[in-house]
Design a protein around this ligand. Structure first.
Ligand code: HEC
Ligand code: HEC
Length: 379
């Protein structure tokens, strides 16, 4: 059941000319960027998932793993572990999965007016063999909190959005102090799910929304996760990903940009539109207030604030894939004061097939950070 790899991204082999599509400050959602290569251009044996950018293809793989509760190697040849080329080989499970993609598309088209309501997860729910008989033990079990994946109706009796955001700004030290924090350079450690080793990391951020994390000596290489304020890339060592540099697209850019922008929380009110307050949530025995908004107008962004401290505890963003939405969750903890502003020294990032923990140990506020730190890696 445990994922053997913490992989989601298949970087691109070559880059074409670099240009923008869409409006300044944003890539039109759902549109492959001009230089984002398509899955079939990057991989050898793509038959069912053509026409999507490579990052979305890898999100789809994460979606499969999470939906069926298996790791990458369980669908790809057992000996594929160290050899990405073998992922192109076909086998019964891969063929079975292709058949399921066709089945799901047909069912959504013919029975649900083309809306993507049926996904792998609808039936599989973390198992290779979907259940067939209602389970009586489920009936009286306590309901678990379901992460909303669409915009919720404003919750009756909830506090005003403004009130929750103002309480947050107050809690971190006030809007004025927050606005005065415009850059930082940090050192810390990075851990990936299932591996006890702590790798050393550097984190750089600059307002309004630039952020770069560099992890050293991870699986014999470097991990570089960069957002330059409008675009985002991830570089991973060969052991962790089939190709070295992956350009993020669509909702993945929005997620990266939000994480970067939240490094400078004074601007929080400007980061989303269609703000509303969602149903109350309890996470790890803490009462949280959920605020929801959107960046791209397509998918929600869920922000959770701790009722007691007022601080931001969690964000959840969504990116698209042909078979369903790929959620990314960031948990924030260990708030400490930096230049009069409380910032989280601990971040846990969870996605469909991996989790990493970032712990900052040393942070320097308002230091100059060279622009090259936020440039597309490899330039
Ligand atoms: C449920 C089965 C399943 C799981 C689990 C799965 N894959 Fe796949 N994978 C497929 C299928 C099916 C294809 C071919 C898709 C197509 O034909 O468009 C594929 C294709 C690929 C390819 C392209 C290979 C090539 O060169 O053609 C890569 C890379 C890949 N998967 C990586 C992964 C990774 C990494 C994971 C784990 C996060 C994963 N897969 C999990 C079914 C699966
Ligand atoms: C409508 C329900 C339903 C949906 C939706 C669905 N499946 Fe399945 N799937 C099943 C059932 C039922 C089985 C087991 C059938 C059996 O026992 O032979 C199965 C079996 C499989 C298997 C074989 C598992 C094994 O034991 O080797 C794979 C792989 C698979 N599904 C992948 C997918 C993927 C990928 C998707 C999404 C694109 C998906 N399924 C969506 C119902 C569904």
């Amino acid at each position: 059941m445990r994922f053997t790899r913490c992989v989601r991204h298949a970087p691109l082999a070559f880059f074409a000319t670099f240009f923008f599509v869409g409006v300044p400050g944003g890539t039109a959602y759902g549109q492959a960027r001009g230089d984002a290569r398509l899955a079939e251009q990057v991989f050898k044996n793509v038959q069912s998932l053509k026409g999507i950018p490579a990052d979305e293809f890898m999100s789809t793989m994460g979606f499969f793993s999470a939906s069926l509760g298996i790791s990458c190697g369980d669908c790809h040849t057992a000996d594929s572990g160290g050899d990405w080329a073998k992922y192109a080989d076909d086998n019964d499970r891969k063929r079975r999965a292709r058949g399921m993609i066709a089945m799901v598309n047909t069912m959504n088209k013919n029975f649900f007016a083309g809306r993507r309501v049926l996904t792998c997860y609808t039936c599989h729910r973390g198992s290779t063999s979907p259940e067939t008989t209602p389970d009586l033990t489920q009936f009286y079990a306590t309901l678990r909190y379901r992460e909303p994946d669409r915009m919720v109706n404003p919750f009756p009796g909830a506090p005003e959005v403004e009130q929750v955001l103002d309480k947050y700004l107050q809690a971190i030290g006030g809007a004025q102090k927050a606005a005065a924090l415009t850059s930082f350079a940090a050192k810390g450690t990075f851990q990936t799910y299932g591996i006890p080793t702590k790798y050393s990391l550097e984190l750089f951020a600059k307002a309004p929304a630039q952020r770069t994390m560099i992890v050293h000596n991870l699986a014999g290489g470097e991990l570089i996760d960069t957002c330059d304020g409008r675009e985002a890339w991830i570089v991973q060592p060969p052991q962790l990903a089939p190709v070295p540099l992956l350009e993020r697209t669509g909702g993945e850019i929005d997620g990266a940009r939000l994480t970067a922008a939240l490094s400078f929380p004074g601007q929080i009110k400007k980061l989303l539109t269609q703000w509303r307050v969602g149903p109350p949530a309890v996470v790890d025995d803490r009462d949280l207030t959920m605020l929801q908004g959107t960046i791209n107008g397509k998918f929600p962004v869920n922000l959770y604030f701790d009722d007691e401290s007022g601080l931001l505890a969690r964000t959840v963003t969504y990116a698209d894939s042909p078979v369903g939405l790929a959620p990314m969750q960031v948990d924030y903890a260990d708030y400490r004061e930096l230049a009069g502003v409380k910032i989280p020294y601990k971040m846990i990032v969870t996605w469909l097939d991996g989790r990493s923990t970032i712990q900052l140990t040393e942070v320097h506020a308002n230091v100059p950070v060279d622009a090259s730190k936020f440039a597309r890696p490899g330039h």
